[in-house]
Design a protein around this ligand. Structure first.
Ligand code: NAD
Length: 490
């Protein structure tokens, strides 16, 4: 069991109806620190009976008791209390995220956690601003709408930003008056359990937030198929998204999907080169490249290609994977052995396809040598039709592609199944917007990469999914409209 002077990681239980319980089967599974290969602790492995119990608790909390009676203002205050509690415990949350996921403590402490707090605060503000409207209909009628919660929401979350991506679902769901069953990824459940403790401390009524740890195929699927669940909010792979849509059809689930990406990052010849080099570097190596919006396809104008690549490679060679708990570390461990193997397999694919490996391309030995560390990797001379450029690798592997013409690069950037994010680097404002309007992506950054804000909507085009998280757009998915007619005459 991993410890620091202040953090003892206890074995994990399920959080159902406000109570901590073992899995009804008694089964557990280990959670491992990918930087050391050591088991951190064991967690309860939920099964069908636990899914049933959680749905019952979430439904009961949605339909009766304090939650449906609570005013919007009080729901807002509850979210603010949760934000305060996360802030008070920020060091512990950051530590848990880092040992569980392998990401640098710098990122957990100064990027993920601050945004979790801001997301809770942002949706706390929305709680009192969700309302219907009056409509001037024909005839002697008063017509108005109510904007009501959808019911029980299953939040199914991946392992790359475990608490952050959960907050994008849980905060708007609660602001709108829904109840939640949160299914963290099997590899990274620790911060979900810690958050459940915060819910208890904040006074969230029993059953309003439930946490089920365990397998996607059992818990995730169980929630998707359950008639007592009204909505599925999934962030995960495109394959899982398809499986969820198929299985959710029988009970006509409301579904929003945030899926994979292979985002193009386009550098035009007139760009501020140093800014663009730094941007391209952060676009792929931030979060170990295990970022759905990672700028993993770099398109560089051939006029500047050689200078640009030389600068990028020089910068990349200075980035060494290191102990994620060291505050100076900027590249941590990949989340698991399996993920590391997948990434290293893609390095071999790239070599076989004839791309030129110009940086990294191998595992790195850090600490006890058992961690899942991979050197930051760049392939040059990639063609957009290679697997290296078409498939999501989800690791620190960049595919650099040269181009000669603006319309050609827009066409090639769009020639990919995904459409999550994109960026363009140029000093020409007209070209910047021209490109931004033509890219098929849910987010386009101009002279920036990987910037997010609770108020700015985020989500995919094409195989990257549908629905939007964050901003007011997310609230559409957590509410439904009821129209009421009042006869004013007879
Ligand atoms: P994954 O699809 O394997 O798992 C995501 C979640 O779904 C996990 O909680 C998992 O247990 C659950 N799950 C798996 N199979 C399921 C099933 N059949 N039914 C119901 N639930 C199931 O994804 P991952 O490996 O955890 O995460 C990486 C993927 O997530 C990448 O493809 C990445 O691009 C994507 N992602 C997307 C975004 C975004 O916002 N678009 C953000 C982060 C990650």
């Amino acid at each position: 069991m991993a410890t620091t002077p202040s953090v003892q990681v206890k074995p994990g239980k399920l959080f159902i109806g406000g109570k901590w319980v073992e899995a009804s089967s008694g089964k557990t599974f280990p959670t491992v620190n990918p930087a050391t290969g050591e088991t951190i602790t064991v967690l309860a492995e939920a099964g069908e009976a636990d899914v049933e119990a959680a749905v019952r608790a979430a439904r009961a909390a949605f339909e009766a008791g304090p939650w449906p009676e609570m005013s919007a203002a009080d729901r807002g205050k509850l979210l603010l209390r949760l934000a305060d509690l996360v802030e008070k415990n920020i060091e512990e949350f950051a530590y848990l995220e880092t040992i569980d996921n392998g990401k640098p403590i710098f990122e957990s402490r100064y990027v993920d956690l601050p945004m979790v707090i801001e997301v809770l605060q942002y949706y706390a503000g929305w709680a009192t601003k969700i309302h219907g409207e009056t409509i001037p209909v024909r005839g002697p009628f008063f017509n108005y709408t109510l904007r009501e919660p959808v019911g029980v929401v299953a939040a199914i979350v991946p392992w790359n930003f475990p608490l952050l991506l959960a907050s994008w679902k849980v905060a708007p769901a609660l602001a709108a008056g829904n109840t939640v069953i949160w299914k963290p990824a099997q590899l990274t459940s620790l911060t979900a359990l810690k958050f459940a403790e915060m819910c208890q401390q904040a006074g969230v009524p029993d059953g309003v937030v439930n946490v089920l740890t365990g397998k996607g195929s059992v818990v995730g699927m169980g929630l998707v198929k359950h008639p007592g669940v009204d909505k599925i909010a999934l962030t995960g792979s495109t394959e899982t998204g398809k499986a969820v849509m198929r299985a959710g059809a029988d009970t006509l689930k409301r579904i929003t999907l945030e899926l994979g990406g292979k985002s193009p990052n386009i550098v035009l010849a007139d760009a501020d080169l140093d800014a663009a080099v730094k941007g391209a570097y952060n676009a792929i190596f931030y979060g170990k490249g295990e970022v759905c919006a990672a700028g993993s396809r770099l398109f560089v104008d051939k006029k500047i290609h050689d200078t640009f690549l030389a600068k990028l490679v020089e910068r990349t060679r200075k980035l060494q994977p290191a102990d994620p708990l060291d505050p100076k570390t900027r590249l941590g461990a990949l989340v698991s052995e399996e993920q590391m193997k997948k990434v290293l397999d893609y390095v071999e694919v790239g070599k076989k396809e004839g791309a030129r490996l110009v940086a990294g391309g191998a595992r790195a030995a850090v600490g006890n040598g058992k961690g899942c560390f991979v050197l930051p990797t760049i392939f040059d001379a990639v063609r957009n039709d290679m697997r290296l450029a078409q498939e999501e690798i989800f690791g620190p592997v960049l595919a650099a592609i040269e181009f000669a013409d603006l319309d050609e690069v827009i066409r090639e950037a769009n020639r990919n199944p995904y459409g999550l994010a994109a960026a363009v680097w140029t000093r020409d404002i007209r070209q910047a917007h021209y490109v931004a309007h033509r890219l098929q992506a849910g987010t386009v950054w101009i002279n920036a990469y990987n910037v997010y804000d609770p108020a700015a909507p985020f989500g995919g085009y094409k195989a990257s999914g549908f629905g939007r998280e964050l901003g007011m757009h997310a609230l559409e998915h957590y509410t439904q409209v009821k129209d009421v007619w009042v006869n004013l005459k007879d």
